[in-house]
Structures are given as structure tokens and as C-alpha cells.
Design a protein around this ligand. Structure first.
Ligand code: TYC
Length: 107
């Protein structure tokens, strides 16, 4: 049997549309100042959980100390939430009141 000729109107041509996938919403992890957590502890935490070298970690810690808060890193939501958990657990274990939050970027 003869197949329908696609050129003879027997086929449907769907509109060609470029599929654009949105990049995921990113979250900034923000560390907050307090009067009790030792500066050295904060520097170690920033190095350990945010992959910063001593110099960058010290700069971020001082910014938190002076401005009240600073961004430690920007991640996808799951990673950002994990970073916050890790910081809060380390601070809690060490008996420091250090606080850390995450919030969506650019919203
Ligand atoms: N302000 C604290 C102090 O003087 C140091 C500190 C820095 C605490 C950053 C928290 O996120 C912080 N010991």
C-alpha cells in the first residue's frame, strides 16, 4: 500500500520553537554578626564550608563584623540549605551563637 506523501498535506508541521531552559534560582548564603562568636572561629568556618582561603575568609569575616552581615557564597537551593545547616551545626557544637541564613538572589 502507498504511504501518504508528507509533501501532499498529509502531515502536520508543528511550529518550530527554541526550547529555552531557565537557569535555576540561585541562593546567597549570608552570615550574620553577633557579639560573642570568636573571629577565628568564623574565619575557620568560612574556609571550611565555603572553600575560601585564609585571606578571603578573613576579609569576609571583617565585613560581617563591620557591616552586620556578608555573603559567603551563592549556590543552588539544596547546596545553600546544606551550607547553612553545616554552619549552624558547627556553631552549635562549639557553643557559639553564630547565625547564617540563605535567601534567593535577585528577587
Ligand atoms: N563580632 C564578633 C566578635 O567581635 C566576630 C564575628 C564576626 C562574629 C562575624 C560573627 O559572623 C560573625 N568577636
Amino acid at each position: 500500500m502507498k504511504q501518504p506523501d508528507p509533501e501532499a498535506g498529509g502531515s502536520v508541521v508543528l511550529e518550530r520553537r527554541t526550547e529555552r531552559v531557565k537557569p535555576p534560582q540561585m541562593y546567597q548564603v549570608i552570615m550574620l554578626n553577633d557579639d560573642y562568636t570568636p573571629m577565628e572561629f568564623v574565619v575557620v568556618v568560612i574556609q571550611e564550608f565555603f572553600g575560601k582561603d585564609l585571606e578571603s575568609a578573613t576579609r569576609i569575616m571583617l565585613k560581617i563584623h563591620l557591616d552586620g552581615k556578608a555573603v559567603c557564597g551563592v549556590y543552588s537551593r539544596d547546596v545553600a540549605v546544606t551550607k547553612v545547616d553545616q554552619v549552624l551545626e558547627a556553631a552549635h557544637k562549639a557553643g557559639h551563637p553564630l547565625k547564617c541564613v540563605c535567601e534567593p538572589l535577585d528577587v
